[in-house]
Design a protein around this ligand. Structure first.
Ligand code: NAD
Ligand code: MG
Length: 340
């Protein structure tokens, strides 16, 4: 069983007198920066010159610097730019300004696990990885809650790396939900597996198949959207709250019977698990990482961009947009206040 930490195990005072630089102001970056600032920490945001995020971060009351300046300024440097650009920015702007005794931190272990970034001796290297989207990290914090986080220490130069990591996670709200200790190795592999097989890959393709089958059989696309896509969140919320049994308690016995009869027909367990094991093997032996790095380096993201473009034209996206816009809360597209 994993070691778990909660608020009582974290001491925010560890960050007193320490300066925290958040590199990047996207999904995770804005949430970490704002939550830490609201927790009383001294925070700055490191961004590229000319970045359109400079205005956004400044207007939110944050100090903004270049990535080099932020690395010089901070004691803890949290790297929250896209995984695929981290290694280049690290070499150019972070490493030359990284003094001994500082800490660098990540929210995902990709670059350490696949050796795209090899930190020098003398610095702490830790992970504070929320198990949820950045906008939820912010919305949960605002609501007085938190998103569960993983913590890992790759390098403990100061002897204080774990305490700093736990204080950092408390500062973004994660200690309220629970912090699980892990390694960069395990976090990277399980994170990639989860998003590919279940959370993003699996779920999106399951919903898409359901939507297409109903529409191709002549049912209204609006009906297919409500049934196979919109309702997903309502069902998941129940599971999130009380497990599958709580969801089963809330649905009808007819629905529960259908779950037992037809679930294994569309997800044949042994075959699906065998396919998932192949995905896991690609993650473990580095071939997925190699393909993703190559996709970014050599062909201008041809595959990635064509998939993104195709999705824009899919009927489920068009119908969903129209239906959501007509819901009375439909005009609110601020992800930071999405219900949680
Ligand atoms: P994002 O794409 O939302 O934001 C990236 C930010 O980096 C943007 O502000 C962008 O302007 C900036 N940026 C890009 N290139 C840059 C450069 N060359 N120099 C300076 N800044 C640059 O990224 P994200 O999804 O928040 O991911 C950040 C990290 O968090 C990644 O390691 C990711 O794996 C991890 N993570 C993300 C989520 C999530 O919910 N999105 C969840 C857990 C962990
Ligand atoms: Mg993940």
């Amino acid at each position: 069983m994993a070691r778990m930490f909660y608020e009582k195990d974290c001491d925010l005072n560890v960050l007193k007198g320490k300066k925290i630089s958040i590199i990047g102001y996207g999904s995770q970056g804005h949430a970490h920066a704002l939550n830490l600032k609201d927790s009383g920490c001294d925070v700055c945001v490191g961004l590229r010159e000319g970045s359109k995020r400079i205005k956004e971060a400044t207007e939110a009351g944050l100090k903004v610097m270049t990535v080099s300046e932020a690395t010089k300024w901070g004691d803890v440097i949290m790297i929250l730019i896209n995984d695929e650009v981290q290694a280049d920015v690290y070499k150019k702007d972070i490493l030359p300004n990284l003094e001994k005794g500082k800490a660098i931190a990540f929210a995902h272990g990709f670059n350490i696990r696949y050796k795209q970034i090899i930190p020098p001796e003398g610095v702490d290297v830790f992970m504070a990885a929320p198990k949820g989207p950045g906008h939820t990290v912010r919305s949960c914090f605002v609501a007085g809650k938190g998103v569960p986080c993983l913590v890992a220490v790759e390098q403990n130069a100061t002897g204080k790396a774990l305490d700093i990591a736990l204080a950092y996670i408390a500062g973004i709200g994660g200690a309220k939900a629970g912090i699980m200790e892990t390694t960069f190795h395990d976090e990277t592999e399980t994170d990639l597996f989860g998003e590919q097989c279940v959370l993003c890959g699996g779920v999106v393709d399951l919903m898409r198949c359901g939507f297409e089958v109903l529409v191709e059989a002549g049912y209204e696309p609006e009906n297919a959207y409500f049934e196979c896509i919109h309702e997903m969140k309502l069902i998941i919320d129940l599971i999130n709250k009380g497990g599958v049994q709580a969801m089963n308690y809330s649905i009808s016995d007819t629905a529960e019977y259908g779950e037992y009869v037809s679930g294994p027909r569309v997800i044949p367990h042994e075959e699906t698990k065998e396919r998932m094991r192949k995905v896991l093997a690609d993650i473990q032996d580095g071939s997925f990482a190699g393909r993703w790095i190559a996709e970014n380096k050599s062909n201008g993201r041809a595959f990635f961009n064509s998939k993104r473009d195709n999705l824009k034209d899919h009927l489920m996206e068009k119908v969903g947009k129209e239906l959501r816009e007509n819901m009375i809360w439909g005009k609110d597209n601020n992800l930071d206040t999405a219900s949680n």
